[in-house]
Ligand binder design. Structure first.
Ligand code: NAG
Ligand code: NAG
Ligand code: CU
Length: 140
């Protein structure tokens, strides 16, 4: 009883995990996986495998593409442009700080990658799905 508040405080830290996301696998304009669920304290490691891309948060609908430099917040994120070259595959690590949905896309080509469906969702919901976000991006 006395110790349960402490246990609850420590549990999320103890269970924190990393999720790996490939960026541009097989020269594609893709994030693999293109959506994930994560909890506070988890990390997302984006590995940039080909070309020159970014992962940058943006709005769910409306002016989705291109995402603005710096990303859309609160608690948004932006890797900046990261170019892979041969065996040099840069990474960007984001530590999850809330359970809100975050929608991200690539800034490259003035939004052309984003409009081609280079999109990603962290903690999408039943009302704000990855599929709908991606459709919004393609049509933005
Ligand atoms: C997202 O990834 C899933 C699983 O690989 C795939 O079936 C789906 O086509 C992808 N969606 C888009 C819009 O790329
Ligand atoms: C990556 O793309 C950005 C934006 O187009 C560009 O400014 C930058 O020079 C590129 N970096 C490399 C290494 O090609
Ligand atoms: Cu891109």
């Amino acid at each position: 009883m006395l110790f349960s508040p402490l246990l609850f405080a420590l549990l999320p830290v103890a269970l924190a995990k990393n999720i790996d996301i490939s960026v541009g696998a097989n020269n594609g304009l893709t994030f693999t996986p293109n959506q994930t669920t994560a909890y506070i304290g988890d990390t997302l490691t984006f590995t940039f495998l080909t070309k020159n891309h970014s992962v940058t948060t943006t709005v769910f609908s409306g002016a989705v593409c291109p995402p603005p430099a710096g990303g859309v917040g609160p608690n948004g994120f932006d890797s900046g442009f990261l170019a892979a070259s041969g065996t040099n595959t840069p990474t960007f690590v984001y530590t999850v700080v809330d359970t809100a949905p975050h929608f991200a896309a690539c800034m490259q080509g003035a939004g052309s990658h984003c409009r081609a469906g280079m999109t990603f969702a962290l903690n999408p919901t039943a009302e704000m799905t990855y599929a709908e976000f991606n459709t919004n991006a393609v049509h933005s």
